[in-house]
Design a protein around this ligand. Structure first.
Ligand code: URA
Length: 232
């Protein structure tokens, strides 16, 4: 069956920021704003932070998957046949970046339970702020796959660039990153890292002001991994 093509929602009330080569969707919705505000709050404890992050990802995933590929099907209702759609094969690939991206996985797979899940283990060197990859678990061939990368904080952009490059190296060309927060510096880094003909989509709850000298997003929410899992 041919896939039905849906385009990314240009007319969506959320803002598609004017970044020339990248589609950036900052989702404007009262529930997104409410949950993000509670995540920012330094008084929010880890269990509550985990729950809120999970809920927020589901809301962001709803927007991020507007162009997920579906194929037409006919089903029998109790009364008569009806036209509908099913998710196309191959299933989308969801790739959380360990450690903090793991806190986003359930929120994503709740919407697409048939998604396959790859893993990337990456750590940011706190001196150089460069990403180091310590684990890769991905299908060898990602040609034609819709890929959704999960990383809560798009800060310098180094980790996301390295992750997307690993997907591109395996043939992926349709990559959407879902983040809780993004910094303008990180968005610029990701945009300049990839050619115009392979645009990356970024879906985020908000684009914050800036990075501080330690590469933290301001005002941000602190260290997402620590807030999800404690300081380990
Ligand atoms: N990683 C985080 O967890 N928080 C930031 O603000 C930046 C990077």
């Amino acid at each position: 069956m041919p896939s039905m093509g849906f385009s990314f929602p240009k007319e969506n009330p959320s803002s598609l920021l004017a970044w020339p080569l990248m589609e950036i969707l900052a989702v404007h919705h009262p529930l997104v704003a409410h949950k993000l505000t509670a995540l920012r709050d330094v008084n929010t404890d880890s269990p509550t932070f985990r729950r809120l992050a999970d809920e927020l990802v589901t809301l962001l995933a709803y927007e991020a998957t507007r162009d997920v590929r579906v194929s037409p099907v006919t089903v029998d209702t109790p009364l008569q046949p009806a036209q509908g759609v099913r998710l196309s094969r191959p299933a989308p690939l969801v790739v959380p970046i360990l450690r903090a991206g793991l806190g986003m996985l359930d929120g994503m797979t709740r919407l697409i339970p048939t998604a396959e899940v790859g893993f990337l283990g990456m750590v940011r060197d706190e001196d150089s702020l460069k990403a180091q990859t310590y684990a890769t678990r991905l299908p060898d061939d990602l040609a034609g796959r819709q890929c959704y990368v999960l990383d809560p904080m798009l800060a310098t952009g180094g980790t996301l660039v390295a992750a997307i490059q690993l997907l591109f190296d395996r043939g992926a060309r349709d990559v959407t990153a879902i983040t809780l927060l993004a910094a303008p510096e990180g968005l610029a880094t990701v945009e300049s890292a990839f050619p115009a003909e392979t645009p990356i989509r970024i879906v985020t709850a908000a684009v914050d002001e800036r990075l501080n000298e330690n590469g933290y997003i301001i005002p941000g929410l602190g260290d997402a991994g620590d807030r999800l899992y404690g300081v380990v």
